[in-house]
Structure formats: C-alpha cells, structure tokens
Design a protein around this ligand. Structure first.
Ligand code: BJW
Ligand code: ZN
Length: 253
C-alpha cells in the first residue's frame, strides 16, 4: 500500500507538463554524506564555516581549506547514490524534469540524471582562483583513486594562479549561468523541495519563485524548515523513502 502523500504527489505529476526538483544536503544524507546544519555529525556543528567556506578563509589558509575539501571529496568518492537519487533519475522517464541542487556532490549524475543544475558549484569542478579557468579534471566523476592524485592541485596552466574547489562560498555570487537555469526551471507545475533547510539565500528563494508562478510545491523533509511556508504539502519522511514511493505510485521506473 502506498502512502497517501505518494498518491497525492503522483496525481499532481500526472497532470504536470513541467516538473522541477530543488534539492539539498538531506538528499545525500542517505548516502552517508553529512548535512550542513542540524545535530549528529552535521558539518557546521563540527567545523566553523567562516574558517573553511569563505573567500577570506581561502586567503588566510588555503592549505587548511584544501585539506577539508580533500576530506569531503574522499567522502563523496566513496559514497554511492541512494534510492532518492535513483528515483529522481527514474522520474525523468515519466515527466519533463529539471533537477536543481545545492549539493556539490555528483550523486545525481551517477544515479543517471542529466543536465543537473548545481547552484553552489561542484566539488570536482576545480578552477583557478585568479582567472576561473577550469582544471583539467573538472568534469570527471569523483572516484576514490583520483582524490590523492589530484590534491594538492597543480597551478593553473593558463595564468599560474592557485587552483581552488569549484564551489560557491559564503559571500560569493552564484554563477550567472547556473542561477539563470535554476530560475528558468522554477517555471514548473510541480516543484519537489527535497532535503534542504531553506536557510541559504539566494537558493532558498527559488521555492518562492516557483510558488509565485503557480507551481504546486511539496516539501520532502523529516523536519519543517525555512521553505515549509512555501509548500502546499509537507511530507515528513526521508528522501530515500518518499521518492521511490512516488515512482511506484506513478507505475514504476
Ligand atoms: C533530510 C534527510 C533525509 C536530513 N531526507 N531530508 C539574505 C539574508 C541573510 C543572509 C543572506 C541573504 N542573502 C545572502 C546572504 C548570505 C549568505 C546566506 O544565505 N547566509 C545565511 C546562511 C544567513 N548567502 C551567500 O553568501 C550566497 N552568496 C550571496 O548571497 O552572494 C551575494 C553576492 C552577489 C554579488 C557579488 C557577491 C556576492 C552564497 C551561499 C553559498 C553557500 N555555500 C554552501 C557551501 C558550499 C560549498 C561546500 O559544500 O563546501 O552551500 S553553505 C551550505 O548550505 C551549502 C549548501 O548547499 C547550503 C544549503 O544547505 P542545505 O542543502 O539546505 O543543507 P542543510 O544542512 O542546511 O539542511 C539539510 C536538510 O535536510 C535539513 O532540513 C534536514 O531536516 C533535511 N534532511 N536528512 C530528506 N534523509
Ligand atoms: Zn588561472
């Protein structure tokens, strides 16, 4: 028997022409990647974001920042997509789907999703801190054997500058191309907001943008958060439970 929420979401999806996912760290929690906020082993309960995830932190101590990102890359490289990522990839067989994620891992891609918009960049997309040139390995998936070889990184082949993780730190602007694609994706009939606390701007404003354009918004998150007020339905279960149930209710992958 499927959950009533799964049937309700599936029913909306059947009538939708365009569907979007706005995802966050909770989607990858089921793959063993820690979230940023909350209790347990969350990143910001153990590490100071101002010393690790800002341009000032990079200026002050690039070796410390690199060590932390190297550890994060190794975690991601050893992780595998969970049932939530796989269900999102499977949904694309049923509906016209855009995936917008705040996550910097590559688990959506490894689960089979195409054209994922990473509004906060990607761990694997190393780039020059000075001229923004992408590092050669930028588009390769993260695999465990690569992580020690890639780091510490070489200097930029174009300008000799330092190579940095291709993520968006606090105080940095999101890449125009990613932001524009994310806003365009919010022109949808149904938005699935999955595993985000909705505390970080401007990404959190995307749900409001979709709602203001008439989207039906479902929030899949065990906890209520900053985006619950924008949601028509809050479904308080983990992503790797809810999303496969939606695919099942739609009639399988
Ligand atoms: C589950 C689950 C399961 C658990 N299933 N769910 C307006 C007001 C106040 C401040 C600002 C503002 N506008 C901008 C700011 C400043 C700042 C900001 O938002 N600060 C707030 C935190 C106060 N924003 C910025 O600085 C942004 N830049 C910017 O605004 O630039 C302006 C500018 C313009 C022009 C020139 C220059 C500048 C940039 C933000 C970058 C965020 N970067 C990070 C780190 C990325 C790199 C890295 O990974 O190291 O991005 S911070 C971190 O938070 C990361 C995430 O993508 C982001 C969002 O986190 P997310 O995904 O929501 O995770 P959590 O942990 O918060 O929540 C997890 C959720 O999952 C929870 O709700 C759980 O319940 C749930 N969950 N298990 C489903 N199994
Ligand atoms: Zn350079």
């Amino acid at each position: 028997m499927t959950a009533p929420q799964a049937d309700a979401v599936a029913c909306r999806l059947r009538d939708a022409r365009r569907v979007a996912v706005l995802g966050g760290a909770g989607l990858s929690a089921g793959s063993g990647i820690p979230t940023f906020r909350g209790g347990g082993d969350s990143l910001w309960s153990r590490f100071d974001p101002m010393r690790l995830a800002t341009p000032e932190a990079w200026q002050a101590d690039p070796a410390l920042v690199w060590a932390w990102y190297r550890w994060r890359m190794a975690l991601v490289a050893a992780a595998v997509p969970n049932a939530g990522h796989r269900a999102i990839a499977a949904l694309a067989a049923h509906v016209a789907l855009r995936v917008v994620t705040q996550n910097v891992d590559d688990l959506h891609e490894r689960a089979g999703s195409r054209d994922v918009v990473h509004v906060h960049g990607r761990l694997g997309a190393l780039r020059c801190a000075d001229c923004s040139e992408l590092h050669a390995a930028a588009l390769a998936p993260l695999v465990p054997a690569d992580v020690p070889e890639r780091l510490p990184p070489e200097r930029c082949t174009r300008c000799g500058g330092a190579v940095r993780p291709g993520v968006v730190w606090f105080g940095e602007a999101l890449a125009d191309e990613a932001w524009d694609a994310a806003v365009a994706a919010m022109a949808c009939d149904v938005l699935l907001v999955v595993g985000t606390s909705g505390q970080v701007q401007p990404a959190a404003s995307l749900a409001r943008i979709a709602a203001s354009r008439g989207a039906w918004v479902v929030e899949i998150n065990p906890e209520r958060g900053g985006l619950s007020g924008d949601a028509d339905l809050h479904w308080p279960v983990p992503a790797d439970e809810a999303l496969p149930a939606v695919v099942d209710a739609l009639g399988g992958a």
